[in-house]
Write a protein that binds this ligand. Structure first.
Ligand SMILES: [Zn+2]
Length: 135
């Protein structure tokens, strides 16, 4: 899936569920969201246990930050099936180097960003998106 398709997917999901709330969307899609305590180095991750998909969010982040983290992890859960690579990226690479991280951020921004803002999300760099989220 290319970056433009990822933006379309996020916007489509937003239309279908008539909300941009990643917690609600995850629940409807059968993805369980859990909150756990970690150091700030960990924002969140997703994991697959047999057929169950979980999004785990660090409860030490604010509610607003948790919403962004959930949207980012939802992007991974929908776009990326290589869970092992994902865990390595989140924990060891600080979540900002790989294409997978960039794609999850594009998904999160497209899901959460106000439609009124006419921005070509698919062409934004990962660095820029991280600055928009400021976490
Ligand atoms: Zn990630």
């Amino acid at each position: 899936m290319d970056k433009k398709e990822i933006v379309s997917l996020a916007k489509c999901i937003r239309k279908v569920f008539d909300t941009n709330d990643p917690f609600y969307i995850s629940k409807v899609l059968g993805i369980k969201v859990e909150f756990r305590e970690y150091s700030r180095a960990v924002k969140g991750y997703y994991r697959k246990v047999f057929n169950d998909v979980y999004i785990v969010i660090n409860e030490n982040y604010s509610q607003k930050e948790q919403k962004i983290i959930c949207a980012h992890e939802l992007g991974h859960a929908l776009l990326h099936t290589d869970v092992a690579q994902h865990i390595i990226d989140e924990f060891y690479n600080g979540g900002d180097v790989s294409t997978l991280e960039h794609e999850a951020n594009i998904f999160a921004l497209a899901l959460l960003l106000d439609e009124e803002l006419d921005v070509e999300i698919s062409s934004l760099s990962n660095y820029l998106i991280q600055n928009i989220f400021k976490i």
